[in-house]
Structures are given as C-alpha cells and as structure tokens.
Design a protein around this ligand. Structure first.
Ligand code: PRX
Length: 708
C-alpha cells in the first residue's frame, strides 16, 4: 500500500464584504490525501534529480529551455534562446535550423531501425495488430513526401488539410508534410465534412487528405463522402480544392460509396506506385517555421487555427514527454487520445517519436466490444505507460469497474488529461487500473500551449487526487481575479489562471489573425502594451483555478464561452450559429450541463420565430444541423423551446441563468434582468413545477458566462 497522509480540511472562507464575485468564489473543497510514487518507479525514472529541477528556476529563464532543445538534432544551432522584440510574438531558438521528420524518424535509424515506432491496433478484435518499425516508417514517410512534393506540387509553407481517422497513414502523412516544411492542419476524423471545409478554407489548403473509411464502435464509417461536402463548403468560402488524396483502410480495395471524381480524387496507393523507394531529403527549416495548425474553439463562432512552430514546439513536446511521461525507448506507450486533437499531436506523434519510443495507435472506441478492451490491448502489447482522459476513465469504471483486475498488464505510469478529474474517479484509476503502483500525472494544458503546463513530476512529487499539481519546469503561473489582484496560495478562492512567462511550446499566433491572438490571450492582463519585456505580457488561459497552500493547482474549468465535452472543446457560439441557420429559429443559447460520464455536455435553448410552430420536426432539424455543421460530438443532450430568453437590459442573453436552470442550481440575482418573470417560466418548463435547486453545484458552471 502507498504511504499516505491526510491533511486538514481548509476552512470555508468568504470575502470580508460577503459578496462573491464570480472569479472569487469560495470553493467548498475538501483537501485530499496524498499518494506517493513507488521505489521501483523512482529507480528507473528520467527525472529524479532535484538539482536538475533547480536549473529551471526563474533566474535561469529562458536559457533553461536549452535543455529541451538539446534533446533534438539541429542542422544549425540557435544563436538566441528567446527573442522578445515583438511581444507577444515570441521567437524561440532564434537562428536554429532543423527538421521535425528527421528528428522523429531518420535519426533513430542507426540504433532503432527494427524497433516498433507505432503499433496499430484495429478496432475489430479479430484483425491483428500491425507493427511499423522505424525503418518502415522512414520508407513510408519518404514515399509519401515524394508524392506530396511531386504529384501535388507542395512546398515549404503551403498548407494541407488532413481529415483522417486513427490509422497509421495519419502520422505518416503528418511526418511527410513536416519533411517538406508543409504545414499540416489535421481535422478530427469525427468532425463533419462541413467543419473540415471551413478549416480548409481558413488555412488556404488546396489539397485534402482523406481515408475511405474506418471502424468505430463496431460500425464501418464511410468517411470519403465528407470530402465532397468539404470541397463544396470550401468553395463557398472562396477556397478551391484541387486534389483529394484518399488512403485505403484496407490495401487492395476501396471501401466507400462515394464516387471518385476523375481528375480530382486519387487513391494514394495507386499514386504511390510511381514513388516506390523514393527518398526525399528533409528540408532544413528555420526553428520558427510553422509546423502545423490545430483549429480549436474560442469565444466567437469561428474556430481559430493555432499555429505551432517547428523548433520550440518539438523541443517542448520532447522535453515534457521525457520528464513527465517518463518515456524511454524501451517503453510501450499508449495514449488513447485521437491524433486529431492536440494531445495526439504532442503525445502520440511528435513527443514519443522524438524520443524513439513505441507509440500505440488504436483505431476505435475504448469500450468496443466491451469495457475490458483497453486492458486486453495493454496485456497483449505489454503497454507500461497509459494516457487517457477522465471521460474515458469514468466510462470504463461505470461499464466494468472490476475488469482491470482480470488482466495481467502492468503500468508504471498513467496520465489523465483534458478535464478536471473527480477525486473518487482518480482513486479508481490509481487503485484498480494502476494496481496501486502506477505513478499518475494529471496534466493541465491546452491546444494553444503545445505541451503540459501544470503537472506533478512523477518520481519527485506526491500526487493529490483532483489537483493537477505544481507548475511544470520553467513555467511560472499566477492566479488573478477580475481586478488584477493576485489570488494567493491557500486563500481558498478561485480566479483566472495565467502564465507569467513565455515557453517554447506556446503557439506562434492565430493563423491569419494576429490581432485576435493578442486580444484573446494577452490583452486582459498586459501591464504595458508598449513594453518589450516578457514580464509585462502574461498569458491568459481562460480557465478558472485555485491554488492550495501546498502549491498545487486545481483547475476548475473554462471561464469563457467554451464547453469542455469529454475533454474536447466546443464553442457555445459555434453551436448557436448552427441553430440559427435553421429558418424557424429566432434565438439560441447553449449552456454546459454536468454529465456523469462526459463531464459536461451542451444543452440548447431555442426560441421560435413569430408565426412558426415549435414541433418535433424543428427540433430534429436543429439536431441534424448541429451534426452536419460541426459533428456528432456537439449533439446536445436536450433542446428546450422557450417563449423568450432571459436578457439584460441591453439585450444580452444571460446564459448563466439558463446554465443554472439546466444544472438545477440557484439562479442568483435576477432582478436586474429586463424580463425577470421569464426565469420562473423557463425553470418550470425545464425542471417541472416542484423542483428544488441543489445546494452546491459545480464551481465552473458558476464561473461560466461571466465574461460573455
Ligand atoms: O479547461 C481546460 C481543460 O481543457 C482545456 C483545453 O482543451 P484543449 O485545448 O482541447 O486541450 C485538451 C488537451 C490538453 C483547458 O482550458 N483541461 C485540460 N487539461 C485539464 C483540463 N482541466 C482540468 N484538468 C486538466 N488536467
């Protein structure tokens, strides 16, 4: 049994004036007992030396990050670690040159050519796993790069949109792009064709890369048809798509009902015949050359393309994989995320491959055909590092709490990422999945940040269920309230978490929209817009957090109009604009609702235009429009048709009041509303006449909507 220690429970304190601002909520929070890494884990860990940690103190910033950059092979060494001359457009490892594909593939050939780079596990359990060695990966990345260069005419700086499922050809394509300096933009396979088309247009891609289909939850998904929709959508946005390259899930035959358009759609396998064995020299790129775009939801309807740089990003992905994921080349590492999200980019592809690790790629859903599938995969492949989200953990626990015990796998390390994890769920993860011995890291970060920002150092720090932990090496966070006042450790109040300093993994800008980049992340707490000192430009993350007396951060969730569904970000405005495209809808408001498995799910409030009838057809139309414009992931839990929305006197919809109703919480002060009477009407409609609000709701629901 691990050593553990129970701490005292903090007093429930309230600000002296008794009035709570939304960012200073007194959080009713029980301190959890600590857990400690085992001797066995410490004996083999990459980060065990407290002296190494000291190198990352603030006085050694930014040079401390040279340690991360030194994990890579550079064609030309950088001259300056950090250039702050144009805040907040930082430059990292200035003057350095490198290639990400070379770093993830070529340089491992001498020592590891026969080692598995990826092990692909198809969802159908009767299909055997496929091993892709570093040598085979090298050949396939080169052939694909030759095709992208010579058949598609792509060169460094061009953008390509990749809308693919979890098959080995996805990372092969990404690495082939990286070899040429082509900027890839991977769109999550579960997003709709329309969502893909919008992103392709925004990035100015003229080539789309698809797969014919894939297995998900026991069903064959015909994916290629989405390309046709994407092309139409991109065209409406003024972007012409010249070619669609379609990978086959099963070599030798194409499985799609969607017709191949002559002169536009090409089966990759057929095109590749002309590029057999071709070797493409990796293009030596500036450290600041963009490596990829990753679109994510924000406070406006349009997703934004987070642009990540080559040198800083790769250094940060490699460094954090080494020290927090504790990856060694001998490990078998399985991150169950999808490569279509940032977690997959940093911690399935770039970080692990930069360290010559073996990364497992699973096609399907964790609970197919049953909730023991992950444990069978882990046992069979000898997985010893496991990485997943609280949503997956909750689901596996609910569907098969005792299943892990039946399988003979052994994890040394596990990660949880993407949403806050409840202490109870954390303990099941530790005790049952991790068999009371795996070190757990709860890593807090974002699409924008490239890699982990808050996490324990697995061999050095104690673990506290529900708290991500202290800051990562070289990261200096601070929590501020709405009045720029610091919320200090042990104050038992929440505020906005910010990072005081730049770090190599931070995005470069929002693709095509540098002003939005400044506005969204830096304007709020910038001390002096004219300053060229990084100290004056803290990064505003958009999350509520609190800091415990022991220096551990507990992340509460988004403070803006973003809903974190199963660890995936959805913008309320995106869903609302989908609703508003249905002709019958006058107004729409989307709010997050607590869900036992997914953490949060969207619930939709709509009002119907005068003269139109609110019937089931309209509701079905709203659902199908959301699914076509965004994807099934955004499907609302419920749709409420209301006579009117609660509004401020200036006409702004009070989503916070609706969120309170949906979550059965107190609606708070509504006397300042233009139409306070509507609140009771909506409450009755949603909850029924006699419902009573719950005493305590989730903190982030209370934070939600404060800025909007
Ligand atoms: O609210 C935080 C939550 O996920 C958001 C970032 O989402 P995304 O950009 O899609 O990246 C997800 C994977 C990094 C954050 O603003 N979040 C992420 N990790 C955690 C978390 N919330 C609590 N605990 C975490 N460990």
């Amino acid at each position: 049994m691990p050593k553990s220690k129970a701490s005292s429970r903090p007093p429930k304190s309230k600000p002296a004036n008794g009035k709570l601002t939304e960012a200073q909520i007194a959080v009713h929070w029980k301190e959890e007992q600590y857990f400690y890494p085992t001797k066995e884990f410490k004996a083999q860990a990459n980060l065990v030396d407290p002296a190494f940690v000291k190198k990352f103190s603030e006085k050694n910033f930014p040079k401390c990050f040279n340690v991360y950059a030194n994990l890579l092979s550079w064609d030309k060494k950088w001259k300056k670690t950090l250039d702050t001359s144009k805040p907040p457009f930082w430059k990292w490892f200035v003057g350095g040159k490198l290639n990400a594909s070379y770093n993830c593939v070529d340089r491992h050939l001498a020592e590891h050519k026969n080692k598995a780079a990826f092990i692909f596990v198809p969802e159908p359990e009767n299909e055997p796993a496929q091993v892709l060695t570093y040598r085979e990966l090298y050949i396939r990345v080169n052939e694909t790069a030759a095709m992208l260069r010579d058949f598609c005419g792509l060169k460094a700086g061009d953008r390509v949109t990749i809308h693919m499922p979890m098959i080995p050809e996805l990372p092969i394509t990404m690495l082939a792009c990286a070899r040429l300096g082509v900027v890839h933009s991977v769109v999550f396979g579960g997003f709709s064709g329309e969502a893909c088309g919008l992103r392709a247009a925004d990035s100015g891609s003229r080539i789309l890369i698809y797969a014919d289909g894939y297995y998900r939850n026991g069903k064959w998904i015909d994916h290629k048809g989405n390309a046709d929709v994407a092309i139409e959508t991109a065209k409406k946005e003024g972007q012409r798509i010249d070619k669609v390259l379609v990978w086959r899930r099963y070599p030798g035959h194409t499985r799609t009902e969607s017709p191949m358009v002559t002169g536009r759609d090409y089966i990759v396998e057929e095109v590749l015949r002309d590029y057999r064995g071709k070797i493409v020299e990796p293009v030596s790129l500036d450290a600041e050359a963009p490596l990829f775009l990753m679109y994510t939801s924000g406070t406006t309807g349009k997703p934004k393309g987070c642009q990540h740089r080559t040198g800083g990003y790769l250094a940060y992905a490699a460094g954090t994989s080494k020290f927090y994921q504790d990856l060694h080349p001998s490990d078998v590492y399985w991150c169950m995320a999808d490569i279509g999200w940032i977690t997959g980019h940093s911690y399935i592809v770039y970080g692990p491959l930069a360290l010559a690790a073996t990364s497992v790629l699973y096609e399907g859903v964790p609970q197919f055909p049953d909730a023991a599938r992950p444990w069978r995969i882990a046992e069979r492949l000898g997985v010893n590092i496991f990485h997943t989200s609280p949503t997956a953990i909750r689901m596996l626990r609910k569907a098969g709490a005792d299943e892990p015990k039946k399988y003979n796998y052994s994890f040394k390390h596990m990660t949880t990422v993407g949403e806050p994890i409840e202490p109870e769920v954390w303990r099941w993860y530790y005790e049952v999945v991790g068999k009371n011995k795996a070190a757990i890291v709860d890593t807090w970060w974002q699409t924008e940040t490239g890699g982990f920002l808050i996490t324990t150092k697995p061999a050095l720090d104690r673990m506290k269920p529900g708290s991500a932990g202290p800051a990562a090496l070289g990261i200096f966070p601070v929590i501020w309230d709405e009045n720029n006042k610091e919320v200090k450790a042990g104050q038992h109040a929440a505020g906005n978490i910010c990072i005081r300093n730049p770090w190599p993994g931070i995005m470069q800008t929002i693709w095509g929209n540098p002003d939005r980049f400044v506005q969204q992340y830096y304007a709020k707490y910038c001390k002096n817009p004219k300053s060229k000192k990084w100290q004056d430009w803290p990064y505003f993350a958009g999350d509520g957090a609190m800091l415990s007396a022991d220096g551990y951060y507990r992340i509460l969730g988004r403070v803006d109009d973003v809903i974190n569904v199963a660890g995936h970000r959805l913008g309320t405005k995106e869903i609302e604009s989908a609703c508003l495209s249905v002709p019958e809808i006058a107004e729409a408001a989307v709010v997050p609702v607590v869900d036992e498995i997914k953490g949060r799910v969207p619930e939709v409030y709509i009002s119907i235009k005068p003269g139109m009838t609110p019937n089931k057809q309209v509701i079905d139309k709203v659902i199908s429009t959301i699914e076509t414009m965004i994807g099934k992931i955004a499907r609302p839990k419920k749709i409420h048709v209301v006579p009117d929305m609660p509004k401020t006197r200036s006409g702004k919809i009070m989503r916070r009041v609706l969120a309170a109703i949906s979550n059965r919480m107190h609606t708070g002060d509504i006397t300042t509303l233009a139409n306070p009477d509507i609140v009771e009407q909506i409450r009755e409609l949603v909850q029924g006449r006699d419902a009573t609000p719950l005493a305590d709701g989730p903190e982030d629901i209370r934070l939600f909507g404060e800025q909007g």
